[in-house]
Design a binder for this molecule. Structure first.
Ligand SMILES: *Cc1c(COP(=O)(O)O)cnc(C)c1O
Length: 393
């Protein structure tokens, strides 16, 4: 006999399965790279966020190993207790310098950085305005904060302006993704910064997908648009994507960072990341800044893919980032295409609701500086075959 718990939970799972929304995990048996081994089979993969190909870079691996030998593995405590190592500290100073901010603060994950910053900055009596396509962690943080939570239409400045005019909230926080994680397009940051200043609102940007990829030196969306700390006071970036490592940071003024150290609960009540991980990130920061070719090659791949996809009549999005989704619509068709691509040795993940709005299931194709033009051609050929096969079914 199954327990009361299982009896309640099982129908919910069955419902999700019937709706073609059931999630499963693939087990990776190789490092993150263009070619991966999943469940014993080799695939050409276009589904990692390792945009610059640093997750398996020898310098990054060496930095991790050396630091582990010197400092051990576990940090042993939270940052405020006794877990703040010199590697964490050096990384924070380097992140601040890189992003052109007074200070930076490390968090264990991007999810926690967003949770920590938003709940520390606004609460009851305040208002938070979020783009409706913001990452789940930003939406969750907005809800948890207790501030009046408003979602505005995607990249719609007029809709946001109207909402800002109506509010009587004490503090007003505008939050957007710098590069939207499932669409790959950018937020209109210069206009948002202006709108924020005019309305005495604070602008926060989650640059999980811009950091490392955008800007001349890879410092991200703020560098790309030339936005100073005054114009964009709360800058969040993650280190598990283009940086190829793990963790996240918030960069901004001395006062902002001290406020987060005092009041951001997901900062205070968690174990600091292993110092060796911070050391690995420091090595990857050096590569991000020194190796321009990674960003240049990535742009070549993106342009090449977009030209080829257009010729195949595929529906592209307004994206110049390494995120190049192809919206299919229905969950079943998106899954069918992903399955057919997998049968041809190409790994792409079908992204379905609630990660994206209902009716906009998509293949989220992502590129890495490690991919070659020939591999993009392989992808385009496979897409062409699969689309042809589907139209004959
Ligand atoms: C991945 C992601 C996060 C979460 O970062 P983690 O370090 O993976 O927790 C936050 N925001 C956006 C936009 C992301 O894509």
């Amino acid at each position: 006999m199954s327990s009361h718990l299982d009896q309640i939970l099982a129908p919910q799972l069955a419902e999700r399965r019937a709706a073609h929304l059931y999630r499963t995990r693939k087990t990776l048996q190789s490092p993150q790279a263009p070619e991966v081994i999943v469940d014993g089979k080799k695939y050409l993969a276009f589904c990692s966020n390792d945009y610059l190909g640093l997750a398996n870079h020898p310098d990054v691996i060496a930095a991790l190993m050396e630091a582990a030998k010197k400092l051990g593995v576990g940090s042993g405590a939270s940052h405020l207790v006794a877990g703040h190592s010199r590697e964490h500290h050096a990384l924070e100073e380097e992140l601040a310098a890189f992003t052109g901010r007074e200070r930076a603060l490390l968090f264990s994950t991007g999810y926690m950085a967003n949770m920590g910053a938003i709940t520390a900055l606004v609460g009851q009596g305040d208002a938070v305005f979020e783009d409706r396509l913001n990452h789940a962690s930003l939406l969750d943080a907005g809800l948890l904060s207790g501030a009046r939570f408003q979602r505005f239409l995607h990249n719609d400045l007029t809709n946001l302006q109207t909402r800002l005019e109506k509010t009587e909230a004490a503090r007003k926080l505008i939050v957007v993704d710098g590069v939207f994680s499932m669409d790959g397009d950018c937020a209109p940051l210069p206009q948002l910064a202006e709108l924020a200043q005019k309305n005495n609102a604070w602008l926060m940007v989650d640059d999980a997908h811009g950091f490392g990829c955008l800007g001349t030196t890879g410092a991200g969306s703020a560098e790309h648009f030339g936005l100073t700390q005054t114009q964009l006071p709360i800058l969040m970036g993650t280190l598990g994507k283009a940086a190829g490592s793990f963790g996240a940071f918030i960069a901004g003024s001395e006062t902002l960072i001290e406020t987060l150290i005092q009041f951001a609960r997901p900062y205070i009540y968690t174990t600091a990341m292993p110092p060796a991980v911070a050391a690995a990130t420091r090595a990857s920061l050096r590569l991000i800044q020194a190796e321009h070719w990674r960003r240049e090659h990535l742009q070549k791949l993106i342009t090449h893919f977009r030209q080829g996809a257009r010729q195949l009549g595929l529906q592209l999005m307004e994206s110049f980032s390494p995120i190049q989704p192809i919206v299919i619509g229905s969950e079943t068709k998106t899954l069918a295409i992903a399955d057919k691509l997998a049968a041809r040795g190409i790994l792409i993940i079908a992204i379905r609701p609630p990660t994206v709005p209902v009716g906009s299931s998509r293949l989220r194709i992502t590129f890495s500086a490690q991919h070659s033009i020939a591999q993009v051609d392989q992808l385009l050929e496979a897409m062409s075959d699969v689309m042809g096969e589907l139209s004959n079914e």
